[in-house]
Design a protein around this ligand. Structure first.
Ligand code: HEM
Length: 439
């Protein structure tokens, strides 16, 4: 029974005690499980003793089902040397300076979305969750891929959604560590969208490879070019074609779903907190011209977004496997144990937050945010495997929220009460319709 529950919505498995105790250890169907909500112990897992804690096999298996080609791993699911090499090759694309340069394109895409809304009658209803997926996909595609993925956005978004919906349900056979040759329902359902992505990615790589060969000076300086040029300066070895393809897929998946979910939850919360919506709007209206300066210039918009990610962390669970025995606080961690760090629980933990369930963006305003413990708030993870796109995500979110709030007011629809479900990211269980009114 519990296995099928896990396949439906694993977010509901947490009990009250997890929100009250700093560290809990016990045996489960996954073997020894240690659930850690104590900031210094989390620091040990992610940073001080990070070499002892690897991404665990169950998580890797779930992530790898989605990849179009099992021969190559993208940054999210790669380990060892492949991970190091890929991370080193791609990090230069995500420096604050490079990300700031994407500000104008991000603003243009957000303005286009609002233009489309404002062409409708005042008081129209938009499905904010779908709209945010479209917007973050447009931003990602235009910045990191120079719009090189062919097919229309609706296809990409639909296929990605199908894929995450199927692979994001933990397969009970995976949970039980059943032999690989047994058929898994989720893998069969993932086959068609996987195939779709495999073909679209191949075409995109072929076109860009030809461009780099024939007219390299005209090739865009983006993620795809960086992947194709990625050869490790220390070893001289490049990424294989399968690894390039896996990363294209990884960045499309990891790069728009997460921010889209975070933005939808933010707007959901703002639609029910008109005073915060108004404060954020006033700040957005007074923003400087250059969107590259917006994150620094809009502490309230940023605080609203960060508080929404506290309550609805887009990546609500992270896990690692202990390679050797260790101790977290005074709790022993045997070799092979799975350590779970769950922002969903950590961000609502009674020992770490006052009024944990309340939406209070003031926690993240300058003057207050400095007293938040670094390892009590982890929407982007921490340590060597921290989200490579964190700066990108914060900037696109602030730009998106500012562009929207400057021009529309959002009000909730009576009776709509979205419930979070876990499908790798924390999604709403249903659409989030909202009424929009021109400002
Ligand atoms: C609000 C938006 C986002 C959130 C909350 C988020 C969250 C996370 C988290 C928690 C991890 C670490 C997982 C772990 O340690 O097990 C991660 C890793 C990663 N994220 Fe994000 N992410 C977001 C946006 C993005 C964007 C915009 C991109 C790309 C443009 C991206 C690409 C990645 C990649 C490639 C990794 C794997 C990094 C590695 O293992 O070296 N993410 N993300």
């Amino acid at each position: 029974m519990q296995l099928w529950h896990l396949a439906r919505n694993p977010i509901e498995n947490w009990a009250q005690v997890h929100f009250e105790k700093p560290i809990l250890s016990g045996s489960s169907m996954f073997g020894q499980l240690v659930v850690v909500n104590e900031p210094s112990a989390i620091r040990r897992v992610f940073v001080d003793n990070a070499a002892n804690y690897e991404k665990d096999p169950l998580q890797l298996r779930v992530l790898r089902v989605g990849a179009p080609n099992s021969a190559g791993q993208g940054l999210l699911s790669a380990t060892g040397d492949t991970w190091r090499q890929t991370r080193r090759a791609l990090s230069p694309l995500f420096t604050p300076r490079r990300v700031a340069a994407f500000g104008q394109i991000m603003k243009m895409k957000a303005d286009e979305r609002v233009d489309a809304w404002l062409r409708r009658r005042p008081g129209s209803i938009v499905e904010i969750d779908q709209e945010m997926v479209r917007l973050t996909y447009d931003m990602l595609s235009a910045t990191l891929f120079s719009d090189a993925l062919d097919g229309d956005r609706a296809d990409v978004v639909r296929q990605m959604s199908r894929l995450l919906d199927t692979i994001g349900r933990i397969d009970p056979l995976d949970a039980l560590n059943a032999p690989e040759w047994l058929p898994r329902f989720n893998r069969a359902a993932a086959r068609e969208p996987r195939e779709w992505f495999a073909q679209a990615t191949e075409r995109m790589i072929d076109r860009r490879s030809a461009e780099l060969r024939d007219a390299p000076e005209r090739a865009p300086d983006d993620l795809l070019t960086a992947l194709l040029r990625a050869s490790d300066p220390q070893t001289g070895v490049g990424l294989t074609r399968a690894e390039v393809a896996a990363n294209v897929f990884t960045f499309i998946a990891a790069g728009h779903e997460t921010t889209a979910r975070a933005l939808a939850w933010t707007l959901h919360l703002l639609s029910r907190a008109p005073e915060w919506q108004e404060r954020a709007r006033l700040e957005a209206m007074a923003a400087p011209d250059d969107p590259a300066e917006w994150v620094a210039a809009m502490p309230t918009v940023r605080a609203v977004f960060e508080e929404a990610m506290r309550l609805f962390p887009p990546v609500p669970h992270m896990s690692r496997m202990a390679l050797e025995a260790d101790k977290l606080g005074d709790v022993p961690v045997p070799a092979g144990a799975t350590v779970v760090i769950a922002p969903w629980v950590l961000h609502r933990h009674r020992l770490l937050w006052d009024a944990p369930s309340a939406f209070m963006p003031e926690r993240f305003l300058p003057g207050a945010r400095e007293s938040i413990e670094r390892f009590a708030y982890l929407p982007f993870g921490a340590g060597p495997r921290v989200c490579i796109g964190a700066t990108f995500a914060i900037q696109e979110a602030v730009v998106a929220l500012a562009c929207l709030l400057r021009r529309v007011r959002l009000t909730p629809i009576r009776g709509v009460e979205p419930r979070p479900v876990l499908r790798i990211t924390l999604r709403p269980d249903d659409r989030i319709p909202m009424q929009i009114h021109p400002v």
